[in-house]
Design a protein around this ligand. Structure first.
Ligand code: NAP
Ligand code: ZN
Ligand code: ZN
Length: 349
C-alpha cells in the first residue's frame, strides 16, 4: 500500500503553493527510501508550477535539488546504506537500454527520462512528485552519494544548479587560464562562478544587478560587468566560453560578440520565447551557440566529489516550507543570495 506523505505543491498554474498529500510507493527491491532534509528552490520550479514551458501536470509538487538520509532499502539495494546522506536531482529513472543511457547521458534517454516531478515514472502513468515533501522513494541507480564533508543544506542546490553549470564547463574543457563569462548571477550563475574558478579559469560575471559586484568578486570572479553599460561590456571581449543562465527572455547577440573566434555561448537558462539571432554575430569568428541540459548520473556524482574536493557548496538562504510563495516572488525579482533552500523539518510529519 502506498503511503500518504505530507508535501507542498500546487493544483493549477495560477494558484499559490499549499499543503497537500501525495502517495509514495512502498520500496521495491532496488529502491532507496529517503527522508528529505533539504530541497533547493530552482527557477525551473517556478517555470513549471506556473506552466511557463507548457504541458505542466497538476497537482505538482516541485523540487529537484533533494538531499536527505536513507531510512530504508529494498532487498537488492546495496549501493547505499541506511543512514547515509544522499541526493536526488532532476530525474529518477530512464530506460537504461538506449544508446544515450549507455553513454551516461540519461538526460537524453530515447524514451525520455522520468523527471523527478512534473512527469511520470517509466510506466508513463504514475505521476512523479518532487522534493517539497517529507520522503521520496527512488531506484538506487538514480540516487547520488552526498559527501558528508559538505553542509547538507548548502549541498542541495548542487543537484541541479551545480551539475547544470559543471557539465558544460567540462564539455568545453575549461582549464587554467581560460576566460569564462557567466551571464546572470543567480542560483546557476553563482555555481558557475565557483566551479569555473575551481577549474582554474578567470571568470567575468555579466549581470543586470550592479549591487551584486562585491558578491561576484567574493565568489571568485575576476571581473564584473553591468550588461546595460556598453563601455563595461567592451572590457569583456575575447571570452573563451560564456554560460548564459538568465531565466528571462533576452537577446544573445551582445554576448556572442564578446566571444573570441571559435568561442561558444552555452545556454543553460531556459526562458520560453524564441529569440532571433543575428547571423553575423555567429559567422564572424566561427562563434558557436549551444545549449546544455543538466548532466547524467555519473557526471553528477563526479561533480559532487569535485565539490567535496574543492570545498564548494551553494550560498543559500534557508526557508521554512510556508515561506515558499514569498521565495518564488523574490527569485523573480533576482532578490536571492543565491539559492533558497527549504528545510523540510518545517513540514510536519
Ligand atoms: P535565478 O536564480 O532566478 O537566476 C537567474 C538570473 O538571471 C538572475 O539572478 C539575474 O541575474 C538574471 N536575470 C537577468 N534578467 C533577468 C530578468 N529579467 N528576470 C530574472 N532574472 C534575470 O534562476 P536559476 O535557478 O539560476 O535558473 C536560471 C535559468 O536556468 C532558469 O530559466 C531555469 O529554468 C534554467 N535551468 C536550466 C537548466 C538546464 O538543464 N539547462 C537547469 C536548471 C535551471 P543578475 O541579477 O545577475 O542579472
Ligand atoms: Zn533545476
Ligand atoms: Zn534510455
Amino acid at each position: 500500500m502506498p503511503q500518504e506523505i505530507r508535501a507542498w505543491g500546487t493544483t493549477a498554474k495560477d494558484r499559490p503553493l499549499a499543503p497537500l498529500t501525495i502517495p509514495r510507493r512502498d520500496p521495491g527491491p532496488n529502491d532507496v527510501v529517503i527522508d528529505v532534509e533539504f530541497c533547493g528552490v530552482c527557477h525551473s520550479d517556478i517555470h513549471q508550477a506556473r506552466d511557463e514551458w507548457g504541458g505542466s501536470l497538476f497537482p505538482m509538487v516541485p523540487g529537484h535539488e533533494i538531499v536527505g538520509r536513507v531510512t530504508a532499502l529494498g532487498a537488492s539495494a546495496t549501493k547505499h546504506t541506511i543512514g547515509s546522506r544522499v541526493g536526488v536531482g532532476c530525474f529518477v529513472d530512464s530506460c537504461r537500454r538506449c544508446g544515450q543511457c549507455g553513454l551516461g547521458f540519461e538526460q537524453f534517454c530515447a524514451e525520455g527520462m522520468a523527471l523527478t516531478y512534473n512527469g511520470t515514472e517509466m510506466d508513463r502513468k504514475t505521476p512523479t512528485f518532487g522534493g517539497y515533501s517529507k520522503r521520496i522513494v527512488v531506484d538506487q541507480a538514480y540516487v547520488l552519494r552526498v559527501p558528508e564533508s559538505l553542509d547538507p543544506a548548502a549541498a542541495a542546490p548542487l543537484l541541479c544548479a551545480g551539475i547544470t553549470t559543471y557539465s558544460p564547463l567540462r564539455e568545453w574543457n575549461v582549464k587554467k587560464g581560460d576566460r569564462v563569462g557567466v551571464v546572470g548571477l543567480g542560483g546557476l550563475g553563482h555555481m558557475g562562478v565557483k566551479l569555473a574558478r575551481s577549474m582554474g579559469a578567470d571568470v567575468v560575471v555579466l549581470s543586470t544587478s550592479p549591487s551584486k559586484e562585491e558578491d561576484a568578486r567574493r565568489l571568485g570572479a575576476t571581473d564584473f560587468v553591468v550588461t546595460k553599460d556598453a563601455a563595461q561590456m567592451k572590457r569583456a571581449k575575447g571570452l573563451d566560453l560564456i554560460l548564459d543562465t538568465v531565466a528571462a527572455n533576452h537577446s544573445f547577440d551582445p554576448f556572442l560578440r564578446l566571444l573570441r573566434p571559435r568561442g561558444a555561448l552555452v545556454l543553460v537558462g531556459a526562458p520560453n520565447e524564441a529569440i532571433p539571432v543575428a547571423p553575423f554575430a555567429l559567422i564572424q569568428g566561427n562563434r558557436r551557440l549551444a545549449g546544455s541540459s543538466i548532466g547524467g548520473i555519473a557526471e553528477t556524482q563526479e561533480m559532487l566529489d569535485h565539490c567535496a574536493a574543492h570545498g564548494i557548496v551553494s550560498d543559500i538562504e534557508t526557508i521554512a516550507i510556508d515561506q515558499i510563495n514569498e521565495a518564488y516572488e523574490r527569485v523573480l525579482k533576482s532578490d536571492v543570495r543565491y539559492r533558497f533552500v527549504i528545510d523540510l523539518a518545517s513540514l510536519a510529519q
